[in-house]
Design a protein around this ligand. Structure first.
Ligand code: SF4
Length: 324
């Protein structure tokens, strides 16, 4: 780490102690941020870990919907997000008023359905949902929690929804949303990499489109990727189609392997611009100033109920939530 960043990192560690803070960082944060974090993880792991934090302050290095989730699950904690502008294209693709009108239309047409919502969504959208899922628990919820006599409206990620349709056999009404990072991996470059590294294992996140998943050996969320790589006993080359900062985490844990990122069609690194907004300087400033803070919003009450039963206390299989 350059000397200036070393200084900033030292300031962060001092402030973390004096402010009573725990730093949580998503695997899509820059390596220098993940390195400083107390806990790193995917959305599901971070949401669960946030409930165990004992300090009064949580600094969430991720995007807004993740920090909101941490706040909803920990109302008494002060949750800070280094840059409030850190959004998500999936969140933007599903405005709550549009979802509400669509649900009303389905009800008026006599359709019996439950809404299964990817965690990459606003709190208002979560509040309109029966279930909230991550790539880590989506299959379980779709297979075991949604009653068999209900259709599934899956929002907002069409690619994850399509993948779940294939793996579970349950037909879904798919929302037309996508992740701006996973949407644009270059299949042309992926095929070229496969030719250049014939023994390599291709891993892709289920947010990728079907043409990428069709050329993939292992379809997995980030936590499942870590588990899979951890089981490989001999040095292996992995071609990885997810946000490229994930490679830092893999390299850090399993340096005996080789990791090759799949480039995007417009950008060779294909990093998430929202995640990139959280810099070390902004983490230091938010610890020092106690802001930007996630404040409780009216829709958090209902969204918290859905989050809690979906991620923390799932009921026995196929028990329909009240009010549906
Ligand atoms: S990588 Fe995609 S899904 Fe994740 S925060 Fe960025 S835009 Fe959203």
């Amino acid at each position: 780490m350059p000397a200036v960043l070393d200084d900033v990192a030292a300031e962060i560690l001092d402030l973390k102690k004096s402010r009573g803070a725990t730093i949580l960082a998503h695997y899509y944060q820059e390596g220098e941020v993940q390195e400083l974090a107390d806990i790193t993880g995917d959305s599901l792991k971070l949401a669960r870990e946030a409930t165990k934090v004992e300090t009064p302050v949580i600094v969430f290095c991720g995007v807004l919907f993740m920090a909101e989730t941490a706040k909803m699950l920990n109302p008494a904690k002060k949750v800070l997000l280094p840059d409030l502008r850190a959004g998500c294209s999936l969140v933007d693709s599903c405005p709550p008023d549009k979802l509400f009108r669509y649900q009303e239309m389905l009800r008026e047409n006599g359709r019996k359905f439950q809404t299964v919502t990817y965690i990459n969504s606003s709190a208002k959208v979560k509040a309109l949902s029966d279930w909230v899922v991550t790539s880590g628990n989506a299959e379980d919820v779709v297979r075991n929690r949604v009653p068999a006599d209900c259709e599934i409206l899956f929002v907002p990620d069409q690619h994850l929804g399509r993948y779940l349709q294939q793996t579970t056999g349950r037909q879904m009404i798919l929302w037309n949303g996508s992740c701006m990072v996973h949407e644009i991996f270059s299949v042309h470059d992926l095929l070229k990499q496969k030719r250049q590294h014939p023994g390599a294992i291709v891993m892709a996140h289920p947010e990728c489109p079907a043409n990428v998943l069709e050329n993939t050996d292992v379809i997995a969320g980030t936590e499942a990727m870590i588990q899979f790589v951890g089981k490989q006993t001999s040095p292996t080359t992995f071609i990885v189609a997810t946000e490229p900062n994930m490679l830092w985490q893999l390299q850090n844990r399993f340096p005996q392997h080789t990791y090759l990122p799949v480039p995007g069609i417009t950008c060779s690194c294909n990093k998430c611009p929202h995640m990139a907004l959280n810099t070390l300087e902004k983490i230091r400033d938010c610890l020092r100033d106690g802001t930007p803070e996630i404040h409780w919003q009216p829709e958090f009450d209902k969204a918290r109920e859905v989050l809690t039963r979906s991620l923390l206390n799932p009921p026995p299989a196929v028990k329909a939530p009240a009010g549906d």
